[in-house]
Design a protein around this ligand. Structure first.
Ligand code: PMP
Length: 428
């Protein structure tokens, strides 16, 4: 059945629509932190469809909200008042920490970043953008042009002028051996050097923790230090919270808060988890920035009632059950457990992350040389053991990514860690 579907997939869909696993999975249903494939195999889900399942699979509260809304009306999001959109925007504006915030909904993270670029370039009358090396912001014509991860942007001929800044990756590159403070100082010098040789940029866009890049992060405070430099020059700071938002990192509700000394970003983008699988993205910005566009709406489907109803129910559940606290507690246990396992596996160079956003870097034992083949083998072995995880990384896919739904409990964390331990130990 699945094989037939695979043949049909390959015959009609683009070659670059990549599928995980030598024998790709057809997921047919899910519940809690588990999913099932078409053959009836059950998997513990530690990737949530790339962090889209934020709370839990088939969460009854979300399912009920979606089916009730579907029974009333499914409609476009423009032209008429939209109660769930107003309600979700109010909640997100308040949670964002951005003063006088306005919210615009899109259908994806890519579109959210496109909109952020539209706003920043229009507001600043500049098409120069600062972005981070190794970053990922989407693959539309403009988002691919600010994506520093070369594996994802090889064919980009973007109309934007993009300058890439050091700092998103702590453990690689020319500043890796420095102390945290010296690392930050070197990255600020790099930024100042770039600024000395370019037209005034519109904005710096950055993921607080690089997602596709393999869950790598700078030392806390880097973006606060950048902010000082940017603010003096009127350059905007866009935080891409597509992977880091909604309490995923445990300690903070937004990833930027690890760098919040100089206040919230000017613009924030979000997507993935908020819809618990329904397609919601969005932008939050101070009203003077959001309202610098004087055109009509820019999306027919961004913020439809059905996605907004899902988002509201999902967000309520997250807040009422303190899933951020759960991410901190259970994520803390999980990372400790994985570090203990890694100490006995020479191919693991590093286990990093915070909350339920954990990266495992695989290298040739005892070296810094990335080992994407072994990482892929561990991904396969974990699946054999009944665990779904993700992969990622900079110029090579040598990091394993662990990002379960935020309702993960301790027993499931233990179970997943044990499967991952077997998978890592199975490396020849
Ligand atoms: N920004 C970040 C940080 C992402 O990880 C992604 C998706 N991996 C995007 C933007 C693009 O989001 P989407 O795939 O929903 O368009």
């Amino acid at each position: 059945m699945t094989n037939d579907l695979l043949g049909r997939h390959r015959a009609v869909l683009p070659d670059w629509l990549a599928l995980y696993y030598e024998e790709p999975l057809e997921i047919t249903h899910g519940e809690g932190r588990h999913v099932w494939d078409a053959q009836g195999n059950r998997y513990l889900d530690f990737f949530g469809g790339i962090l889209t399942t934020m709370t839990a699979h088939a969460l009854p509260e979300v399912t009920k909200a979606v089916s009730e809304q579907a029974g009333r009306i499914i409609h476009s999001s423009t032209l008429y008042l939209n109660r769930p959109m107003v309600e979700l925007a109010e909640r997100i504006a308040q949670l964002s920490g951005i003063p006088d915030a306005r919210v615009f909904f899109t259908t994806s993270g890519t579109e959210a970043n496109d909109t952020a670029l539209l706003l920043a370039t229009a507001y600043r009358r500049s098409n120069t953008i600062l972005a981070m090396r190794n970053s990922y912001h989407g693959r539309s014509f403009s988002a691919v042009g600010i994506t520093g991860n070369s594996g994802w942007s090889p064919t980009s001929l973007s109309p934007l002028q993009t300058l890439y800044v050091h700092g998103g990756v702590r453990t690689r590159g020319p500043f890796a051996s420095l102390s945290d403070d010296a690392f930050i100082a070197a990255c600020v010098d790099d930024l100042l050097d770039l600024l000395g040789h370019t037209r005034p940029p519109a904005a710096l866009i950055a993921e607080p923790v690089q997602g596709v890049g393999g869950f790598t992060a700078p030392p806390d405070g880097l973006y606060a230090a950048f902010r000082e430099v940017l603010r003096e020059r009127g350059i905007l700071w866009i935080a891409d919270e597509v992977q880091t938002g909604w309490g995923r990192t445990g300690e903070h509700f937004w990833g930027w808060q690890a760098h919040g000394r100089n206040g919230p970003p000017d613009i924030m983008t979000f997507a993935k988890g908020i819809g618990n699988g329904m397609s919601i993205g969005g932008v939050v910005a101070r009203s003077e920035i959001m309202n610098c566009l004087d055109s009509n709406s820019i999306s027919t489907f961004g913020g439809t009632q059905i996605t907004m109803a899902a988002g509201l129910a999902n967000l309520n559940y997250l807040l009422e059950h303190d899933l951020q606290g759960n991410a901190r507690r259970v994520g803390g246990l999980l990372i400790e457990r994985l570090r203990a396992v890694a100490a006995h596996v020479p191919a693991v160079r590093e286990v990093r992350g915070r909350g339920l956003m954990i990266g495992i870097e695989i290298t040739k034992p005892g070296t810094d040389e990335a080992d994407p083949r072994t990482a892929a083998a561990v991904l396969e072995a974990a699946r054999e053991g009944g665990l779904l995880i993700g992969k990622g990384g900079g110029h090579d896919t040598s990091a394993l990514r662990v990002a379960p739904p935020l309702s993960l409990n301790v027993a499931e964390a233990e179970e997943g860690a044990a499967i991952l331990e077997n998978a890592l130990r199975s490396i020849p």
